[in-house]
Design a protein around this ligand. Structure first.
Ligand code: GTP
Ligand code: MG
Length: 315
């Protein structure tokens, strides 16, 4: 985290890229060296209206200036040592997660309405402060379901001063998907302003996208935007060792005869960008069942718990 590069080459430093071209590139989603390095000449001429020769030079230069990011296994291991875990407060849930939610990772929770995705977001916004008293949680609220009262209740459960807990949570309402994407990009500004951001919650990740991009013809564009949004989140997770918690709804699977008749919105794009995927559903007697279904280093498993006023409790 500390060893920022001395002078980072940006898109405007590439040959042939002035402010106007940079703006056009950025509008088309080419706002970092990597996106340019992996694009084709045709894509860049289309996006920025530059000549083929200029596009070729831009790509070449982006590739040369890009730290392609090879690290030794030892370096990766050292980075893994920085990973911290913070508790759900529920022993079986923690056990399923290998000790709690991880920093430096994206945790996706998907499930039907009322399954508890938002409750977990609120709880973890407080729990991160138990792990680190100075930690700041960012809550990007897309459905106006952030409730300070719930934060205060979970804070009491964790024996943290509710007012202090609320002070260390920065909430922003996202009014549409573009706004949501911009807010994710602004997290870096909060960090540069001195906030010790350790958790970013996006609740819900997919609702705006789902509402705005309706019909088959818009699916590709929707997926592209969700992908870009998640790439932004993954970058801040990695760069600043932050946990990203995103919630996601499910929809009916039209062609299912066996097993669960629902699937997560956003499909592969969201799944592939998430480090941990948790499927949440209601169980017997108003309990909840969480199932870890995709983790790089943990077995798939399940746990059951109750949501109470102040915590998640084992059954
Ligand atoms: P959507 O956002 O609609 O997709 O649902 P969600 O998965 O975010 O559901 P949410 O986390 O909002 O869960 C709502 C449920 O949590 C309620 O139906 C209650 O069962 C439970 N819950 C919420 N607040 C409390 C509380 O103060 N005490 C208890 N015991 N349960 C609560
Ligand atoms: Mg919710």
């Amino acid at each position: 985290m500390a060893k920022e590069k001395e002078k980072e080459v940006t898109v405007t430093d590439l040959p042939g890229v002035g402010v106007a071209t940079a703006d056009k590139l950025s509008a088309a989603g080419y706002d970092d060296l990597l996106s340019i390095a992996v694009s084709s000449i045709g894509q860049l001429t289309d996006a920025a209206g530059v000549s083929e020769a200029v596009a070729r030079k831009m790509i070449q230069s982006a590739r040369e200036n890009l730290n392609m990011g090879f690290q030794t296994g030892i370096e990766v291991l050292k980075k893994r040592d920085l990973v911290q875990k913070f508790s759900t407060g529920c022993p079986t849930f923690d056990q399923m997660m290998g000790g709690g939610f991880e920093t430096g990772a994206i945790v996706e929770c998907f499930g039907q309405y009322g399954s508890g995705k938002t409750q977990i977001g609120h709880l973890m916004a407080v729990s991160i402060q138990k792990m680190d008293p100075e930690a700041v949680a960012v809550y990007i609220d897309t459905e106006s379901t952030f409730r300070p009262e719930r934060i205060a209740q979970f804070a009491r459960g964790l024996e943290i001063d509710p007012e202090k807990a609320l002070n260390n949570i920065k909430v922003a309402k996202a009014y549409n998907s573009d706004h949501q994407m911009i807010l994710a990009e602004k997290v870096e500004d909060l960090i540069k302003d001195g906030n010790k951001v350790r958790l970013v919650i996006v609740d819900s990740l997919t609702a705006h996208f789902r509402a705005e991009f309706i019909g088959r013809g818009t699916l590709a564009e929707r997926q592209q935007k969700i992908n870009k949004h998640m790439r932004t989140l993954a970058q801040i997770a990695d760069k600043y060792n932050i946990c990203i918690y995103v919630t996601n709804q499910v929809m009916a699977k039209p062609d299912s005869f066996f097993g669960d008749p629902t699937e997560a919105i956003g499909g592969n794009i969201v799944g592939h960008n998430s480090t941990f995927r948790i499927y949440l559903r209601r169980g017997k007697k108003n309990s909840r069942v969480a199932k870890l279904i995709d983790s790089p280093n943990l077995p798939d498993s399940e746990c059951a718990f109750n949501i109470t006023e102040t915590c998640l409790e084992d059954i």
